[in-house]
Design a binder for this molecule. Structure first.
Ligand code: 7PM
Length: 260
């Protein structure tokens, strides 16, 4: 899954892809490099992000999704927590909903059930603006397992098919470095649900903390190491900025896993 930020102030792509044309170019490049999914995000609720109205967010993502859809058949996911944006994005050609809020917004479960699309349910403790202030868990893996159990039940009760659910522990979302390391080390424990596991580790600040490097652009090699480690513990989908590099690393990983 290649990351395509349409926000003018996104943390890595930093406004480079804020026009539809350059967003499309970046999407096509990631497809060429082997991405199966393009994750289109236009949210304004991330830490430090500027406030943008729902209608502006819809306009931005719909334009980009429509442009990608015109050029390729690639699966497009919409990275949003807002049911209005989910609906508009799927109508414009997206076929997967990626929600960092785990479909907890009012109306999100119902919209996704109606749309009958796969959903990525991510764990986040707290909310983006304050989540990193003082994250606390009893046991981070056990607590997130319980969260997944509850969200899977809510999804199924709302009419979302169980086979349409993807789980994501939400690296960096209301977690200390210790929590993130624990999650990565014990990622295999989430295989109990028998559902696909998505991980977003690409260029995240947890890697910056390990490297003692504040610059996201300097975290590619650390991101590849993290992706490989996640793969050996059962991750199925990888939300990344660097598609070709990650795919190469994962190919080596899978080749070794396939050997007798
Ligand atoms: C600021 C804070 C900017 C966080 C960007 C981010 C994930 C995701 C994101 C993830 C899924 C980033 C994040 N992360 N969706 N969207 N899983 N499913 O580092 O880990 O890209 S945004």
């Amino acid at each position: 899954m290649g990351v395509l930020n349409t926000t003018p102030d996104s943390f890595f792509d930093g406004g480079k892809f804020n026009s539809v044309k350059s967003a499309l170019q970046q999407a096509l490049l990631m497809c060429q490099q082997g991405a199966d999914i393009i994750d289109v995000g236009g949210e304004s609720t991330r830490p430090g992000a500027k406030e943008v109205s729902v209608s502006d967010e819809i306009k931005r993502v719909v334009e980009v999704i429509a442009a990608i859809r015109q050029e390729t058949e690639v699966c497009i996911s919409i990275d949003t927590s807002k049911p209005e944006v989910m609906l508009a994005a799927v109508n414009a050609g997206a076929s997967l909903v990626n929600d960092v809020n785990g479909l907890r917004a009012y109306g999100a479960l119902e919209v996704c059930a109606d749309l009958n699309v796969p959903v990525c349910v991510m764990h986040m403790q707290g909310e983006p603006r304050t989540m990193q202030a003082n994250p606390v868990y009893n046991d981070v893996v056990d607590d997130i397992k319980l969260f997944f159990e509850q969200r899977i039940k809510s999804c199924c009760d709302a009419g979302i098919k169980r086979e349409n659910i993807i789980l994501d522990p939400g690296f960096g979302f209301g977690k200390t470095l210790e929590h993130n390391l624990q999650l990565l080390k014990r990622l295999d424990e989430f295989q109990i649900f028998n559902l696909p596991l998505l991980v977003g580790l690409s260029r995240k600040s947890m890697l910056g903390k390990i490297l003692n490097d504040d610059v996201p652009e300097n975290r590619l090699f650390a991101s590849l190491a993290a992706a490989v480690l996640a793969r050996t513990r059962g991750a199925n989908l990888f939300r990344v900025h660097d598609v070709k590099a990650t795919l190469d690393a994962l190919k080596v990983c899978d080749a070794i896993n396939g050997v007798q």
